[in-house]
Design a protein around this ligand. Structure first.
Ligand code: ATP
Ligand code: MG
Length: 432
């Protein structure tokens, strides 16, 4: 078992020793049965949050969602080995590989039954209950199973195993009531359909159609979080099409109603890497009839989904430059070069590849070849800088920027090759 799985099993073992029934719950059971690597391992137990804290000691726990009965149990501190005592440079200690190995707290949730829902997102109250009650409050049958590592048995009170076998997404209990309680479940349904390649059971589907408009009570940020996970799947276009079919598109991404699905599916099949930015740029360029419309939509989604500055920037660069790459046989080096040295070149190229008619589109070939250039050729240092101009006796001003830009263009296009010629060109400029 992986370190986080082992840690969850350790937590279950300790609770069992203390006399409390405890099991793995929900998504990790589903993923393990599907042969997928679970994102995290959640524990469910009959022990109350206070008892959980007592078993592990207060200092080793975090009162995560104490009001929902969730306690975080910290992994035991690693015993200091010789390697840990050697002085290590800070950049090694902080490297991402190291951070990845750090175990997160294991979430231990007390079995509970949810009370009424009145805000369309969260129960007004929770009461502690048994495993079966806890299964019944979960959203979909495939998410409602437990695994007991002591007996090595799956506890399935909701028919999850059958649905997993037939790859069906079905709510636990009456679909209409379950979506009425928590509207986010509608979008989770679409996400699970796409990430796990499921079909949707008929009542579940018609209940979403019935409640689709009420997705408006869910925050744009939560919608964005689900959409991020949908967009990085090869099957994302199927998920987007589903949003339209079940009536969620108006609440999530209205322009999807105008999409040509065959085109979008073809583009996603050509996509070289699964990246949110590339998927977004590709979709925006396929579904909008003009670049300006695509940019406007991106601005709205950035605000609603709370995209990060880096995400927004990469998507915007791809929107603007991917089309130039595709037609780049026709553009001068001074126009292509700034694109090739853009910090978001990966998103730009990924989007261009997705949108190209053929893998050997001429624009792509040229861009790929040029990207192989040695650094001094791909991005030669400028012949002159502002400092050079000042030292040569020119008085600085806004015209400097214009001169340097024009010079850069002439340099890249091979019309000016050295500093002398560059100075001659500056002298030839009209007085300012
Ligand atoms: P993943 O971790 O891959 O996103 P997951 O199924 O583990 O998938 P989580 O959001 O981690 O999803 O939730 C853990 C479990 O809690 C789910 O499997 C499900 O049983 C339950 N759950 C989560 N969100 C809801 C909800 N909105 N309504 C009812 N039950 C939910
Ligand atoms: Mg999970």
């Amino acid at each position: 078992a992986s370190p986080p799985a082992q840690e969850a099993l350790r937590v279950i073992g300790r609770l069992r020793e203390a006399g409390y029934f405890a099991v793995l719950a929900g998504g990790c059971v589903r993923d393990a049965l599907l042969g997928r690597i679970p994102k995290d391992f959640d524990v469910a137990t009959e022990a109350t949050p206070d008892s959980v804290r007592e078993v592990f000691g207060k200092r080793n726990t975090l009162a995560f969602g104490a009001s929902f009965g969730v306690i975080g149990v910290l992994p035991p501190k690693a015993k200091k080995g010789v390697a840990d005592q050697l002085p290590s440079s800070p950049d090694i200690a902080d490297s991402p590989e190291n951070a990845k190995d750090k175990l997160l707290p294991t979430e231990v949730a007390t079995f509970r039954a949810d009370g009424n829902y009145s805000d369309g997102r969260r129960p007004d109250s929770v009461t502690y209950g048994n495993a079966e009650a806890d299964a019944l409050r979960r959203d979909f049958t495939i998410n409602g199973m437990f695994y007991d590592p002591v007996s090595a048995k799956v506890l399935d009170y909701v028919g999850g195993l059958d649905d997993l076998q037939s790859k069906q997404l079905r709510t636990i209990g009456e679909a209409s009531r379950r979506f009425d309680e928590d509207k986010l479940r509608m979008l989770r349904a679409v996400r699970f359909m796409v990430t796990l390649q499921l079909t949707m059971e008929a009542d579940t589907m018609s209940a979403i159609q019935e409640h689709a408009d009420s997705l408006s009570v869910v925050s744009g940020e939560r919608i964005g979080a689900e959409m991020r996970r949908v967009m990085v799947q090869t099957d994302a276009p199927r998920g987007l099409e589903l949003l339209v079919e079940i009536g969620l598109a108006d609440q999530v991404w209205p322009v999807l109603k105008e999409a040509t699905w065959t085109r979008l599916k073809a583009a996603f099949e050509k996509m070289p890497t699964r990246s949110f930015e590339i998927a977004m740029a590709t979709t925006l360029l396929v579904v909008h009839s003009s670049h300006a419309q695509a940019v406007k939509d991106l601005t709205q989604l950035t605000k609603r989904w709370k995209l990060s500055v880096a995400e927004q920037r990469a998507i915007a660069s791809a929107l603007t430059h991917a089309p130039s790459i595709l037609s780049c046989e026709a553009i001068p080096w001074s126009e292509l070069q700034p694109i090739l040295i853009d910090r978001d070149i990966e998103a730009i190229m990924g989007t261009a590849v997705s949108l190209a008619e053929t893998e050997h589109a001429n624009g792509l070939s040229r861009a790929r070849e040029d990207l192989q250039l040695e650094p001094a050729k791909l991005n030669p240092p400028p012949l002159l800088t502002g400092t050079d101009l000042i030292q040569a006796g020119y008085s600085s001003g806004p015209h400097f920027r214009l001169w340097l830009m024009q010079l850069r263009q002439l340099q890249l296009d091979g019309e000016i090759r050295d500093r002398d010629d560059a100075f001659k060109w500056v002298q030839s400029q009209p007085e300012v």
